[in-house]
Design a protein around this ligand. Structure first.
Ligand SMILES: CC(C)(COP(=O)(O)OP(=O)(O)OC[C@H]1O[C@@H](n2cnc3c(N)ncnc32)[C@H](O)[C@@H]1OP(=O)(O)O)[C@@H](O)C(=O)NCCC(=O)NCCS
Length: 168
């Protein structure tokens, strides 16, 4: 294309469009604890982790806490617990801000959580989920998790959990 035919920045329609900001998934740090706690309160009806529990996980060598950010705002997280010499890792928590759901962030966080678990030597990732949590169950089943058991009265309010797992 001759140079003369190139649009100037002022004329380039792409320049005028606001670019969508892609989420960034990174390792969490201690400074994220207050935002994680706020996200937890927005994401779950009960069984909330305290600020202290978040700090504990952020410091623990057994925990891998991933966070998702959009424009510097924390909009999701996933926590994987690993044990030395264990082939099984546990997805301890995964959450996405209600305002950012249905956009693929849960799927991306889960994929990264699986990667982290594999890198730590695990060959299976397992988790518990409330039996009435239709969205989370749909996500796990869609992404290859199979139901392997249940835990009666697993939650503070007496609700039962399913246990799911996926080979990595
Ligand atoms: C579960 C949760 C993390 C999903 O996050 P999300 O970013 O909305 O999920 P995604 O957009 O990546 O969706 C991934 C898949 O999950 C399923 N899914 C997600 N939300 C769903 C809903 N409301 N209804 C049915 N299926 C749903 C779909 O199969 C979807 O795949 P598809 O888009 O190819 O159809 C989110 O709903 C959440 O934070 N819930 C509250 C916290 C929670 O319950 N965590 C799990 C505890 S075990």
């Amino acid at each position: 294309m001759p140079a003369a035919a190139l649009a100037t920045p002022e004329e380039d329609p792409a320049e005028a469009l606001p670019l969508p900001t892609l989420p960034v998934i990174r390792d969490g740090c201690l400074g994220d604890a207050p935002s994680l706690r706020a996200l937890e309160l927005r994401s779950f009806p009960g069984n909330h982790m305290s600020l202290r529990q978040f700090r504990f996980h952020l410091r623990s060598p057994r925990a891998h806490l991933l966070v998702a950010e959009v424009d510097g705002a924390l909009v999701g997280s996933a926590t994987v617990l690993v044990r030395a010499n264990s082939r099984r890792a546990r997805l301890y928590s995964i959450m996405v801000d209600p305002a950012a759901r249905g956009l693929g962030l849960g799927r991306s966080l889960l994929a990264r959580a699986e990667q982290v678990a594999r890198q730590a030597g695990a060959r299976q990732l397992y988790l518990e989920v409330r039996q009435d949590n239709a969205a989370a169950i749909a996500m796990y089943e869609r992404l290859g998790y199979r139901r392997i058991g249940q835990e009666a009265a697993y939650y503070d309010d007496g609700a039962d959990a399913w246990r799911y797992a996926r080979e990595l």
